[in-house]
Design a protein around this ligand. Structure first.
Ligand code: FES
Length: 133
């Protein structure tokens, strides 16, 4: 499973590999989500962070069905009930913790997780945790 819980107030701070700050953790409502474009080497990486039930998770912004971006509007990745990540194109639903698709045309497939951590209230991402893009 690709379960990624963002560790908060960690004594075992990650490392300098998690070097790209995204935003302050309190800038994303619970429940809520936010998209980001970051540089990774020569490439641009599109990802999003979900905040739900006090847990932060992050995924590459690409639907496993056709590869399109997921959001309905800027920073809107969750469904109307804020229970699942929802693809705007064909309405696939994904679990917010694992990224597993539980309804729609790509059931059983998963969003690609991205490693994040909160350091001093700032969400940091590890671009190296992605295997492509
Ligand atoms: S493109 Fe996402 S469900 Fe079809």
């Amino acid at each position: 499973m690709h379960k990624l819980h963002c560790r908060r107030h960690s004594d075992n701070r990650l490392s300098n590999t998690l070097s790209t700050p995204l935003c302050n953790s309190d800038e994303i409502e619970d429940p809520g989500s936010r998209g980001f474009e970051i540089k990774h080497g020569r490439n641009q990486l599109s990802l999003f962070v979900v905040h739900r039930d006090d847990v932060f998770t992050a995924f590459i912004n690409r639907c496993p069905h056709t590869g399109v971006n997921l959001e309905w509007q800027e920073d809107r990745f969750l469904d109307m009930d804020n229970m699942y990540i929802q693809c705007a194109t064909h309405d696939a639903l994904f679990e917010t913790d694992s990224g597993l698709c539980i309804a729609g045309p790509c059931v059983g497939q998963s969003l690609q997780p991205v490693t994040i951590e909160i350091i001093d209230g700032v969400i940091h991402v590890d671009p190296a945790s992605t295997t492509h893009e």
